[in-house]
Design a binder for this molecule. Sequence first.
Ligand code: PEP
Length: 265
Amino acid sequence: IKSSRDFHPEDTIIKTPHSVIGGQHFTLMAGPDSIESPAHVEAMGKAVKAAGATVLRGGAFKPRTSPYSFQGNGEAGLKAHRAAADALEMDMVTEILDTRDVDLVDSYTDIFQVGTRNMQNFALLKALGKKQKPVVLKRGMSATIDDLLNAAEYIAAGGNDQIILMERGIRTYDNKYTRNTLDVSAIPVLQSLTHYPIVADASHAAGVSKFVTPLALAAVAAGAQGLMTEIHDDPAHAFVDGAQALTPDEFKLLADKIRQIREAI
Ligand code: PEP
């Protein structure tokens, strides 16, 4: 089993043009939920970079719960995202939904993102296994830890061992006050089982901006090697998921607190 610590005892360290992910390193990935416009993604990138982020996130292909919700700006979004990442000297991470888009997304991004809904899209995982490019694999919202590790194995089996596992909240019996339940315990458990970097997304777990910071800090205290966080300068008018977006100022405060926790642990 390639993802197992028995197979590879040392932490896997992944190097991208502007980041080192895994081991003792801590990587901040942040940006808007979706790419709204070239100027907006660049402004959000500037804000997160100033707070210490090295990876600019943003979706051009959005897997919305409703087919009538905004589905993303597609290739125009990829272009704007790439231009902002280049201008700011940041890495780009963006979600891929479909095997047919692998080459298109590959031509723009530094890191592929597989979302919670596609964690067990084995055709997509196999296609990404043939690429020599990092993949952020988000835990399926109803997936067990072993399901996540087996999904990672599909990528590794194809020859791509640049995998980053992301806890982003799971469905539990009480999802009235938060969108999902951040499974903090998954962070140290996964670190004991696999050598891949383990990062967390408190934005999608919380679904509500006021809970994002405490959950993100809990993930850092539990040993997460990175965080993905959504920001927006005008959350009420965000194209997608404004309710969970931190403002740039809130993100800066979070980043400062993360540094304090990292020094303490
Ligand atoms: C995202 O990060 O934009 C996203 C849709 O996340 P998830 O797959 O965790 O819902």
